[in-house]
Ligand binder design. Structure first.
Ligand code: SF4
Ligand code: SF4
Length: 691
């Protein structure tokens, strides 16, 4: 007995000393990040996220088989904490049982059930890893670039925990030390196999396997805090401190982006690892290298060098190599630089390359998929902010877009005078706001730059306006006073220009007394509804698909028989994933008698970007397959007559790809509003609506 206590005790003290030292180091490293005070508000939402995502494993179930396997491993290890308690009790007393519940059939059964479930899950993980091996599938493997050796070692260690556990429990059934009856079925089965060895051998086995079990658990503890399996400890903290409800929609305004309080020490965005906040550093430490983000990323899937997983892993490598420097003396201005910050490796181009940085579409597919709530988009945009605002480095073609917004108020530089041209084809007048918006006008129709200025997108704008008019909705437009919301400037990293645009638009709308807005562009919708409030602009904003859906439901618009055909609907990222507007566009299509809907394989929150987001619409795409071509191939693969969407960017990108594929004669690209408008009446001929 003394030998058991001494060996078990020494193993435990050594493991806790090593793991504790490492955890203290990691804690100090993460705490060295910039302050971020906004991570502890909304406690009920955070508590719910902890329940749903950590205890309930909600995001992991997005992939059924690995999700179930992971959930059983997590729940299994949670319940198997009782077996660890029993193992330590057995060091001192061979007949130890957990107080109160230690002899119950329920506990004995659950312990054995989850031990077996974990073993089955390990087999599933092994098969998944073999099938998805980077050696077999190269870039198509979601484990491409992950530390696969560490993953195999983890599987082995977990297997050893369970094998030694069932081994010593089986031996206990033969020595009379086991506290449970036959409900602990797996232990008794192992015991039956060991029974022929006799009581003496079983007694030795009981001690050896008990100590082996404790040794493996302690070894696993040390391994966890030195590997990607740190997520076992870090993930619950990361989930608890992530943006709520999700890190999508508005970009996060990190504290160093306050344009009103700037001095010579201000660093905009993130250029070195010390420019990241503690939460961004915690993200890096939490990544499990599961590759779900990489698998969903449209940039990676079309051959670009950007993988959100590899971005996080590269930044993490930078963080760990910078550890001694970060934990050195703080700079005089309170920054974390040790006075030699400029010699530290840059995030761009030394940690990730410019091609990686500028490939991002800010589509949010990575954030949506990440099971531990890592906020890739905010960190990528923070690096862009540094490149644009501190270094003036960005793709040259995007420079023209930024200058156009600055000088003309739209990305193409066409100017405000052209913003009302689209109204010329209508047989009714649309009031243009010049002073205060009249009381009898309910909505401001925010047309957006593309909706007002792009020839193809104008057709959707006209259709929307016609239907609002028909339904008796009173609305006005800003015309020449409308200016770019600043979305492309913000996504490319020019926070200064974004804030200038946003403040000017907010002032215009507040002076006009605007309260309710309907926006056709999801990017405008996202900016005005989700980002302008941070700058004092609070308006009630609807996307046109939401208003049209409501008007149809209220009977104010009656879809007719003017449209017939099959339609596949493409979810725009900034309407769907970023703002959860999935149902209303589909409700509009469902209400049209002649429409048969066909879903693409990737739809709703799994939708694949059209290639225009993140200001990519204004950048050359010279690497890999074009994203709009890849997405349009999926749409064409459904065999639908019409590819429909609800975003002028998506409309233009998909229309371009349909034409590039030579399919414009048999497949039409239409905004949702055009499909509904066409169904209502023959006011627009089918040829007119063809892009
Ligand atoms: S936001 Fe989209 S494009 Fe950017 S890294 Fe994430 S998945 Fe890839
Ligand atoms: S960032 Fe999230 S989804 Fe991507 S590999 Fe890491 S844990 Fe997995």
């Amino acid at each position: 007995m003394l030998v058991r206590i001494v060996i078990g005790g020494l193993l435990t003290v050594a493991a806790f000393a090593i793991a504790g030292r490492r955890l203290w180091y990691l804690f100090r490293l993460i705490r060295s990040g910039r302050p971020d005070a906004g991570r502890f508000r909304d406690i009920p939402q955070r508590a719910w996220a902890e329940l749903a995502e950590v205890i309930g494993q909600r995001k992991l179930f997005k992939r059924t088989v690995p999700g179930i396997a992971h959930a059983f491993t997590f729940w299994g290890f949670t319940l198997l904490m009782f077996t660890i308690l029993e193992a330590y009790g057995d060091l001192f007393d061979k007949h130890f049982a957990v107080p109160l519940i230690g002899h119950t059939a329920v506990l004995g059964f659950l312990e054995d059930f989850f031990a077996v479930a974990v073993l089955v899950a390990l087999i599933v993980f092994t098969v998944i890893r073999l099938v998805s091996s980077p050696a077999r599938r190269e870039r198509r493997s979601r484990f491409y670039g992950s530390h696969t050796g560490a993953a195999w070692l983890t599987l082995l260690m977990i297997a050893l925990v369970i094998v030694t556990l069932l081994g010593y429990r089986g031996a206990q059934t033969n020595t009379g030390d086991f506290p449970y009856g036959w409900w602990a079925f797996a232990s008794h089965l192992v015991g039956r196999a060991l029974h022929p060895l006799g009581t003496g051998v079983n007694s030795v086995l009981e001690t050896v396997l008990l100590l082996a079990n404790i040794a493996v658990i302690m070894g696993f503890l040390v391994f966890v805090v030195h590997s990607k399996h740190l997520h076992i400890i870090a993930a619950p903290i990361n989930v608890a401190t992530s943006r709520r409800p999700r890190a999508l929609g508005p970009l996060y305004s990190t504290p160093n982006m306050d344009m009103e309080n700037v001095d010579e020490n201000t660093v905009f965005g993130a250029g070195h690892i010390e420019d990241l906040s503690w939460k961004q550093l915690l993200d890096l430490a939490t990544c499990t290298e599961c590759g779900r983000c990489q698998d969903a990323c449209p940039a990676w899937n079309t051959g670009k060098p950007l993988s959100p997983k590899l971005v996080i892993m590269s930044l993490r490598d930078n963080l760990f190599s910078a550890g001694p420097r970060l934990l050195g003396a703080k700079g005089a201005n309170g920054s974390n630089a040790d006075g030699d910050g400029n010699n530290a490796p840059t995030l761009v181009p030394e940690t990730i390359t410019p091609d990686v940085l500028w490939s991002c579409l800010t589509c949010g597919a990575c954030v949506e998929q990440c099971p531990v709530d890592i906020e890739h988009v905010d960190t990528i945009v923070d690096m862009r902010r540094y490149e644009v605002l501190m270094e003036s480095r960005f793709p040259s073609e995007a420079g023209l877009m930024l200058r156009n917004i600055e000088n003309q108020g739209d990305p193409w530089g066409l100017g405000g005078a052209k913003r009302t041209e689209w109204t010329a084809g209508l047989d009714f007048e649309i009031p243009v706001v010049t002073g205060a918006i009249p009381d009898d006008i309910e909505y401001l129709y925010w047309v957006g730059c593309a909706g007002a200025l792009d020839e193809r997108a104008r057709k959707a704008t006209q259709a929307t306006a016609r239907m609002l008019h028909d339904a008796g909705v009173t609305f006005a437009i800003l015309g020449p006073k409308e200016s770019c919301t600043g979305d492309p400037a913000r996504r490319i990293g020019n926070e200064y220009l974004y804030q200038e645009q946003a403040k000017a638009n907010i002032a215009t709308m507040q002076e006009a007394g605007v309260r309710k807005i309907v926006a056709s562009c999801p990017h405008c919708f996202n900016s005005i509804a989700r980002e302008y409030p941070a700058l004092g602009g609070n308006f009630e904003v609807l996307h046109h698909s939401q208003l049209l859906s409501r008007l149809v439901a209220e009977g104010k618009l009656s879809p007719g028989n003017g449209f017939a055909g099959s339609v596949t609907y493409h979810d725009p990222c900034y309407l769907g994933r970023h703002n959860r507007v999935f149902d209303e566009p589909r409700a509009v299509l469902s209400a049209i008698p002649g429409v048969s809907q066909i879903e693409m394989h990737r739809h709703r929150e799994k939708s694949f970007c059209c290639g225009a987001g993140g200001a990519r619409m204004w950048m050359e795409e010279n690497i890999g397959t074009r994203v709009n071509v890849a997405r349009t191939d999926e749409a064409l693969g459904t065999g639908a007559d019409v590819v429909s969407t609800a975003c002028p960017y998506c409309y233009v990108m998909i229309d371009d790809a349909v034409k590039a594929a030579g399919r414009e004669d048999d497949v039409r690209v239409l905004d949702l509003a055009q499909v509904l408008d066409e169904s209502i009446g023959a006011r627009v001929s089918p040829t007119e609506t063809r892009g």
